[in-house]
Design a protein around this ligand. Structure first.
Ligand code: ATP
Ligand code: ZN
Length: 224
């Protein structure tokens, strides 16, 4: 990769990818996005895009592999806690909180569960893809639990007898309802954020960022 081009990691395909591409387009970045490619080069600016799983984005920024990244605060905060626990570097800065990717990480139980508060989950199994965010919340509540790590199909865990409750991302609540679950506690509210690596950038790259930021600001204001 060319060291002089600004590297931005965005989600390859998923809930953030369309909005990310729209954002870049709105900033005047002309992209040549061909499918199944890891890297896309902007045609009119010194910018290279890395198209990856959203879960990889915080680490790529924190390791300084890319200069910028767009990711949900949920994934960012989870990765941060995991890396801190493992003694890995976890520095970054938030350049801008964006106006898309809104969701919440919530606890939910089966409709027939007699839920009286987090203490009802004492000693229970909770399925989640966010064990660190969940543990932080439960520690604050003084409740001990067993976490069941699932990277998909979290919402079917109670019905499958794999867990007593779940901790999963919610936006409308339709998925929970379709699975006979009730949302009980919101433990984290999230939006997409634009983050930057902690390493000092060469002037040329910093200038590109300084050109992009006001454009992003302008785009967001226009949508308010
Ligand atoms: P990948 O293949 O990149 O790992 P994924 O399946 O983990 O994708 P998506 O479902 O595309 O991820 O969600 C990406 C991000 O979009 C989430 O981490 C979250 O920040 C945000 N998001 C917004 N609304 C929702 C929602 N209803 N459910 C899940 N994620 C949501
Ligand atoms: Zn993911």
């Amino acid at each position: 990769m060319d060291q002089n081009r600004l590297r931005i990691a965005i989600q390859k395909s998923g809930r953030l990818s369309t909005e990310c591409q729209k954002l870049l387009k709105g900033c005047g970045v002309k992209l040549n996005l061909r499918e199944q490619r890891l890297i896309a080069h902007a045609e009119n600016m010194p910018i290279d895009l890395l198209l990856v799983r959203d879960d990889d984005i915080p680490g790529l920024v924190m390791d300084g592999v890319v200069d910028l990244g767009v990711v949900g605060e949920n994934v960012l905060e989870e990765t941060l806690m995991e890396r801190q626990a493992q003694g890995q570097s976890a520095d970054y800065s938030v350049l801008k909180r964006l106006d898309f990717g809104g969701c919440r990480l919530s606890l939910a139980v089966a409709q027939e569960f007699d839920y009286q508060g987090p203490e009802s989950l004492e000693g229970k199994r909770i399925a989640t893809s966010y064990p660190w965010l969940l543990k932080r919340y439960m520690d604050r509540q003084g409740v001990t639990f067993k976490s069941v790590m699932l990277n998909g199909s979290v919402e079917v865990a109670p019905r499958a007898g794999v867990a007593d409750a779940i901790c999963d991302l919610v936006s409308t609540g339709a998925t929970l309802e379709a699975n006979g679950l009730v949302e009980t506690d919101v433990i984290f509210r999230s939006k997409a954020v634009l983050i930057q690596s902690a390493s000092t950038l060469p002037t040329a790259k910093q200038q590109v960022i300084d050109r992009l930021l006001p454009r992003i600001q302008g785009l967001q204001q226009a949508r308010e």
